[in-house]
Design a protein around this ligand. Structure first.
Ligand code: XIL
Length: 395
């Protein structure tokens, strides 16, 4: 991408400096000096074009990459990002699919790429109710394991995984998504199966503190985060605040809070829908509340969906790469602009902002069964910068 973007710049600069300036016999153009000045201009332009360079005085700019995209999107990653998260490759089911058999090959390759490009690394995620194999919670008879058994499995997992990546992973999402929308703790009694937490079911609330203590023991240098979504819902932001406050009061090693920030171009107009609360102000409030506890705050999974929460979309309403209305593209850019203006205001609290993906051709929001494609990133399906990219760079 760098080359594509630069070609017009090179031509314009070269023409201006060498080709189009009328030759003056008294002071002939020195081609070497002209070329050097073009080169310098290119270097500056390149710097200006890089998202992470532009934000160097603010916070790290990260992207979630998966085992395919860190190769297919390498140019974008190298140019615009100085932090990387593995999207799925360090989750429980990926690194310990069967008990005590650890598999690090893919994550190791991805992290070698990140390190050789001077990127920070966020490790995601040690303890989560999803993408965790059943054997963790249930014995061969299908019975829920005892508290001690599950804690021992958790400790073994964390010792092994955090130990393996010690010195490479800078930040860990230690516990992910422990709170429900109404502010209650997620339990094993939630209605939908994929909402149930058997960490809670087997261990009770103590599983959260235990995870942080095990992680800290395994790598005392790594910064440990509590990560969650929909932080703009007042009940949620309050519950997350209370949870981490209690952990800190109990001396549990928590260093930061991650806000996933999967948002939409505008909040929902339906007061019953969670995204009704999705204002920039509510997100700012959450950031400031967590920071008031002395914690580092990071945006960990940012994307801006083109679809509005709570609206019903028919298949015929689904956008394709070629059918996104210009007005919607602008709306998305405006949302990104408003969000980043707020994030910049709060740069003292925020150490990193990570996008959940790199470009529109590879986003989890297009993975759902409905087949609905979404276009939530700063780069389009051809890896070219969108209006949203320019909006984020414009300050
Ligand atoms: C998602 C991945 O992006 C998908 O590829 C996978 O199928 C499901 O998980 N919150 C999280 C992330 O903390 O781990 C999720 O990632 C997205 C929501």
């Amino acid at each position: 991408m760098r080359n594509k973007l630069l070609t017009p710049i090179i031509c314009a600069a070269a023409l201006a400096t060498i080709g189009c300036t009328p030759a003056n016999n008294d002071s002939p153009t020195n081609p070497t000096a002209a070329l050097a000045s073009v080169q310098q201009e290119i270097t500056q332009q390149t710097k200006q074009q890089s998202l992470s360079d532009k934000y160097a005085d603010y916070f790290l700019i990260g992207a979630a990459a998966d085992q395919g995209s860190y190769i297919t999107h390498a140019e974008l990653l190298k140019t615009h990002f100085n932090s990387m998260t593995t999207e799925n490759e360090m989750k429980f089911e990926s690194v310990e699919p069967t008990q005590n058999h650890f598999s690090y090959e893919i994550a190791d390759k991805m992290l070698a790429f990140a390190k050789s490009n001077d990127m920070a690394v966020r490790g995601h995620a040690l303890v989560w109710h999803r993408q965790t194999p059943d054997w963790v919670f249930f014995n061969d008879e299908g019975e829920l394991r005892s508290k001690d058994e599950v804690l021992a499995i958790m400790k073994n997992h964390i010792d092994n995984v955090v130990g393996h990546f010690k010195g490479t992973v800078d930040y860990w999402d230690v516990v992910n998504e422990a709170i429900m929308d109404d502010g209650s703790l997620r339990t094993d009694k939630e209605e939908a199966d994929n909402q149930k937490s058997y960490w809670y079911g087997a261990v009770g609330k103590d599983y959260i503190a235990a995870a942080f203590r095990y992680a800290h023991a395994a790598d005392p240098q790594a910064k440990l985060f509590y990560n969650d979504y929909y932080n703009y819902i007042p009940a949620r932001q309050q519950a997350i605040y209370q949870l981490v406050k209690e952990l800190l009061d109990d001396g549990v090693p928590v260093h930061g809070v991650g806000l996933q920030a999967h948002i939409n171009t505008i909040p929902s107009s339906n007061p019953e829908h969670q995204s009704y609360h999705q204002s920039i102000d509510n997100l700012e409030k959450a950031i400031q509340m967590y920071a008031s506890l002395g914690l580092e705050v990071q945006i960990t999974e940012l994307d801006v969906s083109l679809y509005i929460g709570g609206n019903k979309y028919q298949k015929s309403d689904f956008y394709t790469a070629d059918s996104i209305p210009a007005e919607l593209d602008q709306k998305q850019a405006q949302r990104y602009a408003d969000l980043f203006a707020m994030l910049r205001r709060n740069r003292d609290a925020i150490s990193s902002v990570t996008f959940w993906g790199i470009a529109d051709d590879d986003t989890w929001l297009s993975e759902f069964d409905s087949g609905r494609a979404d276009f939530p990133m700063l780069f389009d399906v051809n890896h070219q910068p969108k209006s949203a990219f320019h909006a984020v760079m414009d300050f």
